[in-house]
Design a protein around this ligand. Structure first.
Ligand code: ADP
Ligand code: MG
Ligand code: ZN
Length: 475
């Protein structure tokens, strides 16, 4: 029997406020354990939470960017569970009335046309602390620095069908939250976390099957791999005539497997009820309007503008707008150049290729946008050939030097002097008389042979346009 996967994602994004959601403690990452705590976030008796207005503004921004409807009245609830990472004995979250609902994201998995993926809801909540288990000494320690840090949880509809679509959804959401600057989105530091829900159903059946929820997915690759594994596992279970168990499973990135963590808890297990310490959250039109005014250009808008303004190919515009940092890099590089497509090409192949192979990111790249733009300006002004530009680029990566200085120091300027080039062309002819005869008898494919010889003689510095003309007229 053929099965169709059904996937829904829950993303927890940490809002980048300076202080926590219900107290004034710092959210600074990397401080000593429990340095960022106070009686409120350590759950002392008698304290009261006070909602962080900036966190709400960030949540509204995320809601607008994902086409959600904002509930002008929402509410905070207590989600009760007993575990030392939340000393109050409950997490303050939004259950019945979240801040936003009914949104969507448009994704492109490079296979189908653009897909619209529903967003069920966005709700606000506080994060829990971190437990560190020291098995050697049979003890556990708790760090409450993260307790009370503001989160939004973005819950997708079960609209995704493949691991690739899940990856595309996640990358798009990540990119949007970065664009609107409400989350650092560092998956390794855990401020952008994803749980994946997966079930299978017989192809053609409407009703969903029983799902498993995967946790511990801290990279895009892990999400895709874990979902693929889970599809295989559930297919096997169903084909054997057994039933998938509703449970929470953990992804093990070393073994490339998921394993059962616990049975699935239900909402009623948490005994949600409205938090009596907090009044309903009212977001009025004025507040929404003021956030709307702060909205920057979003990835889809930037993509359309790049195609219109810079005349880029669809693929190039997609790659360049995939992250705000890269889009900004491109605009700085392209600004003084006439040939914007050339800028796009060089960034996507040469610059991104370098970042990839050397494991750099744009922020710690040895070559800045300004320097890269200077390099391309040298090509555009016929100061260096493209062959030489690649050599100069490698040198820039190594030494962080200015491309103009490298060209001067290494004497790499393009040779455009007519008589100098003519001498060389004639030299090449006299060194390769057989090829000249063959060419003249119709073997015009040899053109690149002559070109190669001249480039070799000049270490790639000969002006290719002049040499092409010269070869054509002399041959
Ligand atoms: P919970 O809070 O218990 O995890 P929700 O009902 O909020 O449950 O759903 C969480 C996620 O699971 C959502 O993203 C939703 O799209 C997805 N989901 C729900 N049912 C299924 C299913 N049968 N198969 C796959 N995903 C599902
Ligand atoms: Mg869940
Ligand atoms: Zn505190």
């Amino acid at each position: 029997m053929l099965f169709e996967p059904v996937i829904g994602l829950e993303v927890h994004a940490q809002l980048k406020t300076k202080s926590k959601i219900f107290c004034g403690c710092s959210t600074q990452f990397g401080n000593p354990p429990n340095a960022n705590t106070c009686p409120v976030c350590t759950g002392m008796p008698g304290v009261l939470p006070v909602l962080n207005k900036q966190a709400v503004t960030f949540a509204i921004k995320a809601a607008l960017a994902t086409h959600c409807k904002i509930n002008q009245e929402s509410r905070f609830d207590r989600k009760n569970y007993f575990y030392p990472d939340l000393p109050k004995g409950y997490q303050i979250s939004q259950f019945a009335l979240p801040i936003a609902e009914h949104g969507y994201l448009e994704i492109d998995d490079n296979l189908s046309s653009i897909l619209k993926i529903g967003i069920t809801r966005i709700h606000m909540e506080e994060d829990a602390g971190k437990l560190i288990h020291d098995s050697a000494r049979a003890r556990s320690m708790v760090d409450l620095n993260r307790t009370g840090v503001p989160l939004i949880e973005i819950v997708s509809e079960p609209d995704l069908r493949t691991p690739q679509q899940a990856g595309a959804y996640l990358r798009k959401l990540h990119s949007i939250l970065k664009y609107i600057d409400v989350c650092d989105c560092n998956m390794e530091q855990g401020n952008f976390r994803c749980d994946a829900n997966i079930s299978l159903r017989p192809l053609g059946q409407k009703a969903f099957g029983i799902r498993a929820e995967l946790k511990n997915l801290n990279s895009f690759k892990h999400v895709e791999k874990a979902i693929s594994y889970e599809i295989e596992r559930q297919t096997y279970v169903l084909e054997e005539g057994r039933a998938v168990i509703q449970e929470t499973r953990l992804w093990d990135p070393v073994k490339n497997k998921t394993h059962s963590m616990r049975g699935k808890e239900e909402a009623h297990d948490y005994r949600y009820f409205p938090d009596p310490d907090l009044v309903p959250l009212i977001v009025d039109d004025k507040w929404i309007l003021s956030v709307e005014k702060q909205m920057p250009e979003l990835p889809d808008e930037k993509y359309s503008r790049f195609i219109k303004e810079y005349n880029l190919e669809d693929y190039d515009a997609k790659v360049l707008t995939s992250s705000l940092e890269l889009a900004d890099f491109f605009e700085i590089v392209a600004q003084p150049l006439k040939d914007k497509k050339q800028a796009a090409n060089w960034i996507i192949t040469i610059f991104l290729g370098m970042l990839n192979s050397k494991d750099f990111s744009i922020s710690n790249s040895p070559v800045t946008a300004i320097e890269f733009s200077k390099l391309l300006t040298l090509i555009e002004n016929n100061k260096i050939t493209t062959i030489v530009a690649k050599i100069v680029f490698d040198e820039m990566v190594k030494t962080k030097k200015d491309p103009e200085i490298i060209v001067k120091e290494k004497n790499l300027e393009q040779v455009s002097d007519l008589s100098e080039l003519e001498t060389m062309v004639l030299e090449v002819f006299s060194e390769n008389p057989g090829e000249v005869v063959l060419y003249r008898n119709g073997k015009t494919k040899l053109f690149s042979f002559f070109m190669g010889k001249i480039m070799k003689k000049t270490q790639g510095k000969a002006d290719p346009k002049i040499v092409t003309q010269m070869l054509k007229s002399k041959l």
